[in-house]
Design a protein around this ligand. Structure first.
Ligand code: G6P
Length: 608
């Protein structure tokens, strides 16, 4: 979803901004643009479609100068047109601005500004900001920006430059992420750290209501009352390789293949096998408070929500903690019953999903303990939760999550052990879990070695237009996640269902053209799931099964089987999602889709 980049320094700004825009492509966009300043002149270019279109424009229009801003837009207000693409400029073409977020009172502000004589050229909410800044501008850009911000209701990360206050970039934030990277006397601004990791690892995150004024002499941070702020510089632990494809045709495949390593990274230093316990640095400080917790609510969106559903089974079965999972977009508008014995756990890869963040703020307002499982270090959710655990898997670029999902499941097992061993879980069970956790990376390798087989299955199944994914107990959320992957990447209609519930409706859809992906391991619900699949077979529904190695019985129901190694039932989803990710990937590729930029989707959904 919309990406921002800005540069001020000694070098030509255009190539640096362009590279940043390309690194932001994965977030999803439909148009792009940039403005580059040279002394008292600013040149702006914008285009619809892929960044290559913008590059063509740049090739025929020299963009000289060493400060500027760029943007990839994902349309919210107004169609995908060149006028609606960012940057936006004022009537005098003095001020240029890029913006992520939504201005809620833009209609009202626009009407007023039009009455005052401002001329609007786009349908966006963003354009009102630049006209407001124009209205207040008297030679000092940050003053005009702050005056404008005081009238705006909504969310924003904005980056502004002005011809009449040259060689300066003003950055401001409310609810949408933005950070500044430092490299000597050079500054690079971005909405996402992966865009600047090739350039610098020293970064400063802006907090809500911060305003940063970047010039060649340094950065000054203030709040909206002009009070000077001191900000902490952080060091990004990611390296450039992690943000590049590394020889794979797509980020999605690279990240699927990285899972043995990312699982290892999420476990590293956290599992103490000899005692059958885990150590979670992020929770140590609040251990006493956690002992009083009698109920957990997990709040998340998308795949993170499905990971939460697996967490619910785990925490109730092995830690004895009543757990409930909620979509953040629903939770934030309900009146949930919260008390001092409840903790709310927020799961988010990006740490910036707007609904999850809003839900977190509401829970905090009510004084309830908040925890996080977040991948992006320093992101809003990681900063605002009381305590939490990082995934430590490096940047995830593929829009549809893969390695972050498996890592979230791993962390949920660790949290279960953390709570469980303090409560009802025995030493021997704790130890058995620890041993099996260590075996996960090697088993994941084994599954990935079957990728050619899965590619062939994708060829066989690509003729179908509808799919049913069935699983029970721990594998029910997996069915939901498998179906979601197929929708996101291969644009195929897929429904994830609880295998037992299937007979209450979806079974009516089954015929020889409606295949089922049946997740049926030799676990506590094996026989029941087999019976459910028999019902599909009776109705001539083709079945592709995910089964336990050595299970010959399953071949009586279907010829197409992906065999997976045996592991403890609650850990199975961590392995079993891998073939489902590969299936979606190969189906998407064989149908000719760009799996790294799935249509209409965004990596980090920072609007409601
Ligand atoms: C988007 C992504 C999904 C992700 C969801 C939640 O829809 O495409 O892959 O699961 O956001 O994102 P979060 O960063 O909060 O985990």
């Amino acid at each position: 979803m919309c990406g921002i980049i800005g540069y001020l320094g000694k070098q030509e700004a255009e190539p640096i901004i362009l590279e940043g825009l390309k690194r932001l492509e994965y977030r999803g966009y439909d148009s792009s643009g940039l403005s580059v300043g040279d002394k008292n002149k600013i040149t702006m270019l914008k285009s619809v479609g892929p960044i290559e279109n913008l590059e063509k424009l740049i090739a025929t229009n020299a963009l000289v100068g060493n400060w500027g801003i760029g943007h990839t837009r994902w349309a919210t207000h107004g169609a995908v047109t060149q006028e609606n693409a960012h940057p936006h400029t004022d009537c005098q073409k003095n001020i240029f601005l890029v913006h992520n977020g939504i201005i809620e009172n833009y209609q009202q502000l626009k009407e007023q500004l039009i009455k005052e004589g401002h001329r609007f050229v786009s349908e966006t909410d963003t354009e009102v900001i630049v006209h407001l800044i124009e209205k207040f501008f008297q030679g000092n850009l940050e003053k005009a920006v702050i005056q404008a911000l005081k009238l705006i209701k909504g969310t924003y990360a904005l980056v502004v430059i002005s011809r009449d206050d040259p060689e300066k970039i003003v950055v401001a934030k409310k609810s949408s992420p933005v950070l500044i990277g430092l490299n000597g006397n050079e500054y690079i601004i971005a909405s996402d750290p992966s865009a600047i990791v090739s350039y610098t690892k020293k970064i400063i995150y802006l907090d809500d209501d911060d305003v940063a004024v970047v010039t060649k002499n340094g950065i000054q941070f203030t709040n909206l009352n002009y009070e000077i702020l001191t900000k902490k510089t952080q060091t990004l632990e990611w390296n450039l390789n992690e943000a590049q494809k590394g020889g794979y045709p797509h980020f999605m495949l690279k990240e699927i293949m990285e899972q043995p390593q990312s699982i290892k990274n999420s476990l590293a230093g956290r599992v103490i096998e000899k005692d059958g316990i885990v150590k979670l640095g992020g929770l140590e400080n609040i251990k006493a408070r956690l002992q009083e917790i009698k109920r957990l609510i997990i709040v998340a969106c998308g795949s993170s929500y499905f990971a939460g559903l697996v967490g619910e089974y785990l925490l109730e079965e092995y830690a004895g903690i009543p757990t409930k999972v909620e979509y953040a977009s629903e939770f934030r508008y309900r009146q949930p019953v919260l008390d001092k014995e409840t903790a709310v756990l927020f799961i988010s890869q990006s740490g910036e999903t707007a609904d999850t963040l809003a839900a977190l703020r509401e829970v905090k307002r009510r004084g309830v303990l908040t925890l996080g499982i977040v991948n992006v270090v320093g992101s809003s959710i990681s900063r605002e939760t009381d305590a939490g655990i990082y995934n430590h898997i490096g940047p995830e670029i593929g829009v549809a999550t893969t390695k972050a999902f498996t890592s979230q499941l791993v962390i949920l097992v660790l949290i279960t052990l953390f709570f469980g061993r303090e409560r009802q879980m025995s030493f021997s069970l704790g130890q058995a879990f620890c041993q099996e956790l260590y075996s996960l990376p090697a088993l994941a390798e084994k599954i990935l070695a079957q990728r050619e087989n899965i590619e062939n299955l994708a060829q066989k199944y690509k003729k179908y237009h509808n799919f049913l994914y069935l699983g029970r107990k721990y594998n029910y959320p997996l069915a939901l996640e498998g179906a979601l992957k197929l929708k996101e990447i291969a644009y195929l209609h897929a429904e994830g269902y609880s295998a037992g519930e299937m007979k209450h409706g979806p079974i009516a859809l089954i015929d020889k053209n409606f295949p089922t992906v049946g997740i049926v391991f030799q676990d506590s619900v094996y026989k029941k799931t087999i019976s459910n699949l028999e019902e599909i077979k009776t109705r001539q529904g083709p079945i592709l099964a995910l089964a336990t190695e050595g299970d010959e019985e399953i071949k009586k129901i279907t010829h197409d089987v992906i065999y997976l190694p045996k592991i403890k039932e609650p850990l199975m989803p961590i392995l079993a999602i891998i073939p489902l990710q590969l299936l979606a990937y190969y189906l998407g590729v064989s149908l000719g889709y760009d799996v790294d930029k799935p249509r209409n989707l965004a990596k980090s959904v920072t609007v409601e």
